[in-house]
Ligand binder design. Structure first.
Ligand code: UD1
Ligand code: CA
Length: 452
């Protein structure tokens, strides 16, 4: 989309959040509110994205600087209202001729297509401003769209609305598309309201009085324009997102036994016929194939699980799991665990930064870290890859068809050749050539029992 820029208002402290964090930084499904808004506008490739920061601005700036987004910051030292916030972007945009979308940093679910429709409407109708409105069941707290003979007249805030205006169910979403007359209108805004603040919403009536055309676009979906001002609204929005996701998944053929007893992030990809049992928490960055079974209080984040795998009562973070793999109960997969087809990781086993080849098993009470394990390897119960010497991490290589007996300590760096056998209870400190049996433990002695 051409010829427009965006101003995102994110300077507010968010008093109603009752938090030390600036409101824009509160997290919805693992992503800060302001980043949601940036991600909605970015695909339209605006000429500029200006983020107005203020309260604890360094936190917002640092977060966004690390998030690989192309935004400019302006600082609103004191938060004198939404019009005052927009004014701070004047230095950057005063000579800009395109349209300017102003959007609150606390409206995270707004869709890219809706913003693009708003800009199109403003451009096609040659309006000085187009306001995005919505009809909502409960308008409490929002600015109301006041119409006269069907046409937009002004916006009135909840606190300034009279009894009739409070009945109006069409509300202001806090998202507007202006033309360059924005700057002229802002100069005329006065803090004549119960909060004594400079309101961006007052520019609507001002532009109308200046004989400019003003328009409204009614959003189709109430969810999109949900503003978040409190922890209650944040939690409600989380629920809205989750329920929508669950509905989409059910419609696409995923089975969810109890929809009220799972959490599934908005960005999860799950293929049909996978069954999700109560208690499962699927956090961000998860892809799951077909016919998988997820059971018990499993937590899965940033992971990929291929078809027909089973995860039960386990913690899976940053893992890549192949087909027909069985995880748990009570396993812990840590980042960079790569498990190939048919691998089994059993109870109280932990893996980290390790590759485990096809058909291999780590079934009980083991730790596998910084290891390369080939196919068809059996790691006996209680085996530990001793990867850390207190200063550095070292690699363990176990080639295919190795059998490691129970309770072995494999002290890295070390390599165990193809088909070798490690006797139970061994502490392996040297490489084991292929096909050998290594026994590294004290011999059993038999002595006479002295009775008292
Ligand atoms: C605002 C609108 C209201 C609309 C609602 C939609 C005004 C006066 N009211 O109300 O009509 O229905 O959004 O969600 O605009 N901010 C600053 N600097 C300030 C004040 C606010 O950057 O000095 C930022 C906030 O961080 C926030 C956004 O502007 O991201 C909106 O402010 P907020 O206080 O949440 O306004 P609402 O009362 O929700
Ligand atoms: Ca708000």
């Amino acid at each position: 989309m051409k010829n427009f820029s965006v101003i995102i208002l994110a300077a507010g402290l968010g008093i109603r959040m009752k938090s030390y964090l600036p409101k824009a930084m509160h997290s919805l499904s693992g992503k800060s509110l302001v980043k949601w808004v940036i991600d909605s506008v970015s695909p339209l490739r605006p000429d500029n994205i200006v983020v107005v920061v203020g309260y604890k601005h360094e936190i917002v700036e640092e977060y966004l600087s690390k998030s690989n987004v192309n935004v400019k910051f302006v600082c609103q030292e004191n938060q004198f209202g939404t019009a005052h916030a927009v004014m701070q972007a004047k230095e950057i945009l005063k000579n800009y001729n395109g349209n300017i979308v102003v959007i609150s940093g606390d409206v995270p679910l707004i869709k890219t297509t809706t913003i693009s429709n708003l800009i199109k409407k403003n451009q096609k109708s040659a309006s000085a401003v187009t306001v995005l409105s919505a009809e909502v069941k409960d308008p409490y707290g929002y600015g109301r769209i006041v119409r006269k003979d069907g046409f937009l007249e002004k916006i009135v805030e909840e606190k300034d609305a009279n009894l009739n205006e409070k009945q109006i169910k069409e509300i202001n979403s806090g998202i507007y598309c202006f033309d360059k007359n924005l700057w002229k209108a802002l100069l005329k805004v006065e803090p004549n309201n119960s909060k004594k603040e400079y309101y961006i919403t007052d520019t609507i009536a001002i532009l109308k009085q200046l004989n400019h055309k003003i328009s409204v676009l009614l959003a189709k979906d109430e969810i999109e324009i949900k503003g978040i001002n409190s922890k209650l609204e944040l939690s409600q929005t989380e629920t809205l997102l989750k329920n929508k996701k669950i509905e989409n998944l059910l419609n696409s053929g995923v089975s969810i036994i109890d929809v009220n007893n799972v959490y599934i992030s908005y960005d999860a990809t799950i293929k049909p016929d996978t069954v999700i049992y109560p208690g499962v928490f699927i956090d961000v960055g998860v892809t799951i194939g077909r016919n998988c079974v997820l059971k018990g209080s499993s937590y899965i984040v940033n992971s990929k699980i291929d078809d027909e795998s089973i995860v039960s009562y386990s913690y899976v973070d940053g893992a890549t799991i192949g087909k027909k793999v069985k995880i748990g109960p009570f396993a812990h997969l840590r980042p960079d665990s790569v498990l190939k087809e048919n691998v089994k990781i059993g109870n109280f086993s932990e893996t980290k930064k390790s590759f485990i080849g096809k058909n291999s098993k780590v079934k009980h009470l083991s730790y596998v870290g910084d290891a390369q394990i080939g196919a068809n390897v059996n790691i006996g119960a209680g085996t530990i890859t001793c990867n850390y010497d207190g200063r550095h991490k070292h690699q363990t290589i176990i080639e295919q068809d190795v059998f490691v007996g129970s309770n072995a300590n494999i002290v890295a760096p070390v390599k165990i050749g193809k088909g070798a056998l490690i006797a139970a209870g061994s502490t392996i400190t040297h490489d084991v050539p292929k096909g050998k049996l290594a026994i590294a433990r004290a011999r059993q002695e038999l002595k006479r029992r002295i009775k008292k």
